[in-house]
Design a protein around this ligand. Structure first.
Ligand code: AQP
Length: 333
């Protein structure tokens, strides 16, 4: 069945293996299914929920587009654009913030994690970010949203907002209630330094993540130094919940090779970590290196990347403005 896909990535630099395996790899697969209509957004309005340097933000927007294309998203088939170029996103976010309830937002764990102890100093935008995300998704009548596991709660909020709007205004099925597309088995790539923490762009240690622009040597070194435990490789999948670093590395291997975790456990059962790491590094270099080379090549042609954004913005504006017109009618504006 044809799906309407929407997803976004923040242009906050350091795009990493977690972004790739949790999101972008799925974008490519969905883009390749002939009947799907895909919209992939560089969510620059989300990026400014924490302070951004304007020059770096501009560069990071283009780097995110380059990463999409280098990973295999075809800009002729999918819409690629940046969020701030379609003003409907901000407008509808305001309208939906009058639908969403404080109690719902207060439950969002990502805000609690990102705001940390000093909630008073977090921006209002960081708090209301999931409402903007709902606007992004609902504007395009999206049926499916491919995201990493960390976004599951925001997707549930988006569904609640859509349903409340439809009920409040008696407009059955006006906002489509989207389904999350989250990999079942390995949906969260963890830090190479700590198997209990998400691999993240903002983590200070570069050793904690594989960046999509890392060289082969950097990838090999980071895997060599990745944290493990003193035991040989697990021989049973049930051991993994207690051996988080082994679980993460085996998960990365399985995801890269499109294999199940169970098969990977069998394959490397009782092996030394160093032998396994050699094979993992080889797999990573095989998959990430061509992307890294292509990103660097594309970044030399900024005109091409800007053209993709411009064409994408026009197409996205066209869809979004029609939806906004209908929202205005429903609201009585
Ligand atoms: N570690 C991860 N494992 C699986 N999926 C992940 N994603 C991010 N990290 C992981 C998924 O990547 C998509 C784009 O993420 P984003 O750039 O919009 O925002 P993020 O989740 O805030 O990324 P980071 O790296 O975690 O940034 P910081 O350091 O700022 O917190 C999303 O689909 C996300 O699920």
């Amino acid at each position: 069945m044809a799906k309407k896909i929407f997803s976004g990535v923040q242009p906050t630099g350091n795009l990493h293996l977690g972004n790739y395996l949790g999101a972008i790899k799925n974008f490519v697969e969905l883009n390749n299914e002939k009947e799907n209509e895909c919209v992939f957004c560089v969510v620059d309005l989300h990026a400014i929920t924490s302070k951004q340097d304007p020059k770096e933000l501009k560069d990071n927007i283009l780097e995110t587009v380059a990463t999409f294309v280098a990973s295999g998203i075809n800009p002729k088939k999918s819409i690629i654009f940046n969020q701030s170029s379609v003003s409907a996103h901000s407008e509808v976010a305001w309208i939906l913030s009058c639908i969403a309830r404080m109690g719902w937002l207060n439950r969002m764990t990502q805000f609690k994690e990102k705001a940390g102890k000093d909630k008073e100093k977090a921006s209002v935008g960081l708090y209301s970010y999931p409402v903007l995300m709902a606007a992004d998704i609902l504007l395009y009548d999206s049926t499916h949203v491919p995201v990493g596991d960390d976004q599951k709660q925001h997707l549930e909020l988006c569904r609640d907002i859509a349903q409340k709007f439809n009920n409040d205004f008696n407009v059955y099925d006006f906002f489509k209630v989207p389904e999350p597309l989250i990999k079942k088995e390995f949906s969260r790539v963890m830090s190479l330094k700590d198997g209990s923490k998400k691999m993240s762009k903002s983590e200070l240690s570069d050793q904690s993540r594989i960046n999509l622009t890392d060289s082969d040597d950097q990838i090999i070194n980071k895997i060599k130094k990745a944290k493990t435990d003193p035991l040989p490789m697990p021989s049973n999948i049930n051991e993994l919940d207690k051996r988080l670093e082994a679980k993460n590395l085996l998960g990365i291997y399985s995801s890269l090779t499109d294999n199940t975790l169970e098969n990977s456990v069998k394959k490397f059962s009782k092996m030394n970590f160093s032998d396994f790491k050699e094979q993992l590094a080889k797999e990573l270099v095989d998959k990430i290196s061509p992307i890294s080379i292509e990103i660097k090549k594309l970044l030399k042609d900024k005109d091409y990347l800007n053209k993709i954004l411009l064409e994408g913005s026009e197409k996205a504006s066209d869809i979004a403005s029609k939806k906004v017109k209908k929202i205005h009618e429903i609201m009585g504006f």
